[in-house]
Design a protein around this ligand. Structure first.
Ligand code: C2E
Ligand code: MG
Ligand code: MG
Ligand code: MG
Length: 278
């Protein structure tokens, strides 16, 4: 019986591995098709000044419209595949261009100084011509470089690769803002913060989520806020879902945030309507 169970487990393992491989292949096909057939969607989540409740910008978040089912596929299913296959270059370009043009439309429509925050994968910083691409897109759209916020992860800074260092410095010199996404989840060494021109820390959602019940997480949030002040960086809280979290953040001096309390990521037209009604 035990032997049988052992074999059974192995069988199930093989099956789930097989399933994973099939799923990956399926998403790769979907991604390639989406890039060809213009099925890449960019959703927007407003970033709020918690004190005044005004909208200061938005984060661009990619989705794919599955042409077979009509459903929307979320990035967790395909970003790592895009990175592994190198398709992230093309995908990143598409998202950046769409997001910059969209936000510039809204800036003109509402005569407001919104900024756009765009996620970049590590691999994109190795992309030849990335700087020229960013410059071209900014010029074409008319968006001031200071209204483009580049979101990167701690792992990029830890790699400390000379090419990405050059790109980051150049983007910063151009006037773009640099933000560390999911801050606090990556690494314990903080020395890299002084070695790159970082403007913004985005506190990972996990800290915000737990700060309600967990004093340790509260003190971590406070520590990040204190540190950012010393370093001259701004802080954006991710994943604010309720009034308690918002009040806590405000009481500790965190003035910027995004989360379901305000809005989920929404398509461009809905975002435009949201701005109109807000
Ligand atoms: P992220 O950059 O940390 O984006 C925030 C994620 O948290 C988004 O998930 C957003 O929908 C979700 N979120 C925001 N507020 C709340 C909240 O109050 N509660 C909860 N439960 N979730 C909230 P999403 O859109 O599924 O994106 C997941 C990740 O995929 C992103 O995490 C980012 O790392 C990556 N990603 C998204 N778009 C792009 C892109 O264009 N390029 C690259 N390289 N990565 C992207
Ligand atoms: Mg992000
Ligand atoms: Mg992220
Ligand atoms: Mg994040």
């Amino acid at each position: 019986r035990a032997k049988q169970m052992g074999r059974g487990t192995e069988y199930i393992y093989e099956q789930s591995l097989q399933h994973e491989i099939t799923e990956k292949a399926r998403f790769e096909v979907l991604l390639r098709r989406a890039l060809e057939d213009d099925l890449i969607l960019v959703y927007y989540q407003p970033i709020i000044d918690l004190k005044t409740q005004s909208i200061v910008g938005a984060e661009a978040l990619v989705r794919i419209k599955d042409p077979d089912t009509g459903s929307v596929v979320f990035p967790d299913s395909f970003i790592s595949i895009a990175e592994d296959t190198g398709l992230i270059t093309q995908l990143g370009e598409k998202v950046l261009q769409t997001a910059v043009l969209d936000i510039q439309k809204l800036r003109n429509k509402f005569n407001q100084d919104f900024y756009i925050s765009v996620n970049f994968s590590n691999r994109q910083f190795q992309q030849e011509g990335l700087l020229d691409l960013v410059k071209d897109i900014l010029e074409l759209s008319g968006l001031p470089p200071s209204s483009l916020l580049v979101e990167l992860t701690e792992s990029l800074l830890i790699q400390n690769n000379s090419q990405s260092r050059h790109v980051l410095t150049s983007l910063h010199d151009l006037g773009c803002k640099l933000a560390i996404d999911d801050f606090g989840t990556g690494y314990s060494a903080l020395s890299y913060l002084n070695q790159f021109p970082i403007d913004i820390l985005k506190i990972d959602r996990s800290f915000i989520e737990k700060c309600e019940s967990n004093l340790t997480d509260q003190s971590l949030v406070v520590a990040i806020l204190n540190m950012s002040q010393g370093l001259g960086m701004k802080v954006v809280a991710e994943g604010i879902e309720n009034e308690f979290q918002k009040a806590f953040l405000l009481s500790k001096g965190c003035n910027l945030g995004q989360g379901y309390l305000y809005s989920r990521p929404i398509p461009f037209d809905d975002f435009s309507t949201y701005l109109e009604q807000y």
